[in-house]
Design a protein around this ligand. Structure first.
Ligand SMILES: Cc1ncc(C[n+]2csc(CCOP(=O)(O)OP(=O)(O)O)c2C)c(N)n1
Ligand code: SF4
Ligand SMILES: [Mg+2]
Length: 300
């Protein structure tokens, strides 16, 4: 489906929440996901901003036209497997999808997700990687980029600190489960996102995982009017590349001929404003290393 037809040819299944931050792309992403999946869908939104800020609306009577539930724990993958199995037994083909955050996925929910991937549970799992535990107050998560200021990895007066560890390369971790479909996506590339949700919907022999990257604008200090530009810069600098892995085959969806320096992306985000030129060079080197690894995998 052409992204341009999304509004005219599909139904809005999720009403916008009342208190999501202005310019946050979590809401946009969820609405795109639901428009593409269509009404034959059951949605789980585990704890995180996307539930807490009312992206769907805690009032389930008015917020959605499909069954939505808000599990209390960040373990949606294991719960959804049972629901999917139930509909399979009835002979009904229902999309069973989780829309989770990075903390809910790469940290608290990882064991459940990894188990679902290994068992071949036929669910769609979407992780909105906003790079932290945002609903709990701008805290670091396994998905936070190295060097970032967060409330749990503050920068001290001498200008040192921030998160000391590398960001987990979670799309790669999921790809290495050898699931039928793994893809990265980004709200600045809606057509690419639409294509990937359509592919995830077609998967009928195991787990489909989609990793949507977009740093939280409020927590990380991004101007709301620049949220899409910042998301786009992450792709154009190879910081958060767009790629997919179908049945073990890696494919780059974008291969910038002249990638932008990572500095251009980092400079737009306050949580990195304390970084020295040396720190930025280190992040550039990390980005280049991961990009080269990906290019090698895609050329096999
Ligand atoms: C198994 C489990 N452990 C811990 C929690 C507590 N908890 C609630 S929200 C949250 C973090 C959510 O972070 P993320 O998924 O990144 O969502 P965001 O707030 O960033 O949108 C955690 C750990 C939980 N709900 N379930
Ligand atoms: S706190 Fe961040 S991720 Fe959450 S709604 Fe606001 S901008 Fe979006
Ligand atoms: Mg998060």
């Amino acid at each position: 489906m052409k992204a341009i037809d999304l509004v005219s040819k599909t139904e809005e299944l999720i009403s916008p929440g009342i208190s999501a931050c202005v310019g946050c792309n979590v809401e946009l992403s969820l609405r795109v996901v639901m428009r593409v999946l269509g009404p034959n869908t059951i949605l789980a939104v585990p704890p995180g901003c996307m539930g807490g800020v009312g992206v769907v609306g805690w009032d389930m009577k008015s917020g959605a036209k499909v069954p939505v539930f808000f599990p209390l724990l960040d373990n949606p993958a294991s719960m959804l497997a049972g629901i999917k199995l139930h509909y399979d037994r009835l002979g009904e083909d229902v999309n069973v999808v989780a829309f989770a955050g990075d903390g809910a996925t790469v940290d608290a929910g990882f064991q459940c997700l990894s188990g679902a991937a290994e068992r071949g549970d036929k669910i769609i799992y979407i992780c909105y990687d906003n790079e932290g535990y945002m609903n709990t107050g701008y805290q670091r998560s396994g998905s936070t980029t190295k060097g970032a200021w967060t409330s749990t990895t503050p920068v001290n007066k001498e200008g040192i600190g921030g998160k000391m560890q590398n960001k987990k390369d979670f799309p790669m971790i999921m790809a290495m489960h050898d699931i039928p479909y793994m893809a990265t996506a980004n709200p600045a590339y809606v057509q690419d996102m639409v294509n990937k949700i359509e592919k995830a919907k077609q998967v009928d022999n195991g787990l489909a995982y989609i990793h949507i990257f977009n740093p939280c604008i409020t927590g990380w200090g991004v101007k709301s009017e620049e949220s899409i530009e910042v998301a786009r810069l992450a792709v154009q600098s190879n910081f958060a590349p767009l790629y997919e892995v179908e049945n073990g085959n890696f494919k780059l969806n974008m291969n910038p001929r002249n990638p932008k320096p990572v500095k251009e992306y980092l400079q737009k985000i306050k949580k990195f404003s304390h970084l020295t030129d040396e720190d930025i060079e280190e992040l550039q080197a990390d980005t280049d290393k991961k990009w080269n690894r990906l290019v090698n995998l895609a050329s096999l």
